[in-house]
Design a binder for this molecule. Sequence first.
Ligand code: DAR
Length: 343
Amino acid sequence: MKADQELPFHASSRSKIKQYLTIALYNDLKTLRTPSGYTLDQAITSGIENPDSSIGIYAGDMESYDCFAPVLLPIIEDYHRLNPGWSHKPGLQEAVLPDLDPEQTFIRSSRIRVARNLCGFPFSGNMNPDQRLALEKRVKHLFKNLSEKLSGTYTSFTDLDEKQFNALLEKGLAFRKGDRFMASAGINRDYPLGRGIFISRDNVVRIWVNEEDHLRIIAQSQGGDLAYVFNRLIQIVRALEDKLDFAFDPKKGFLTACPTNIGTAMRAGVHIHLKQLEKKRSLLEAITRAYHLQIRGTDGEKTAVEKAVFDISNARRLDISANTIVKDLHKGLQAIIQAERNL
Ligand code: DAR
């Protein structure tokens, strides 16, 4: 884009990138390239093409966080609501927490995921087909050599016909091509090439390969036993970090394609049936705010709530430890279940 014209964000856009990328800043950054050749224009394409973006910028590699720091840092400090002196809080320790809902009256399922990206590869929106296949090959080899306790199977989506893929999808054991925000960011390019999923023998652990990030490591189970799910996640993450170098910065934590996920890169949540609180949405929102939780629709981000089943998860990922996130979630869900019972 030329120096003096307005940046082409849509008039209706309220994205963080539109808010923080001034013309002056754009002119300072527009000619910079990261070592993989990633540019600011590539980084903001999604926010330009999707006026309803909340953030509107994606990193193309770990170096993007330094190269475009003048615009990324204000966005990170705003989105993550960080206080001065903020910094990633490391550590993943086994948790001991009572099952939130042993009778499974409210909580349908618990799910905790972390995003991880491998050093030495560009991030998902900035990969060519060979790099995606090389990353998949690297992690496939690792999955094959996991201990007996952690073992499972890896399936490459390109090895499946449509019927087999849809069967996995229906069981929640595959992932579709990303949304239009990810499409604009290049994350969906060449899909399903290099994409696939690792599933542990008991189905509790799944690892998505080459989705929005290189790895989305997920543990999930029916019911509200958060500690069980968290501890299963810790086991597989520890096994992987023994063998892989993850994109990491001591202050920003684990680096991800979207700046909303950096830090612990963890989203811990439940699907919970709140028949009464659905009719008292302001009360539910007050409780989730108090415990730094966020409400999503039944099928996750930017989806509707179906049959009063809410996706409730942590809002904070950075400047807070993974264990504190899980403890806060546990406390917040206890308060929500109490409020639901009272109604
Ligand atoms: N949809 C993009 C990213 C928002 C955060 N969610 C992610 N990373 N899945 C936006 O700018 O709204």
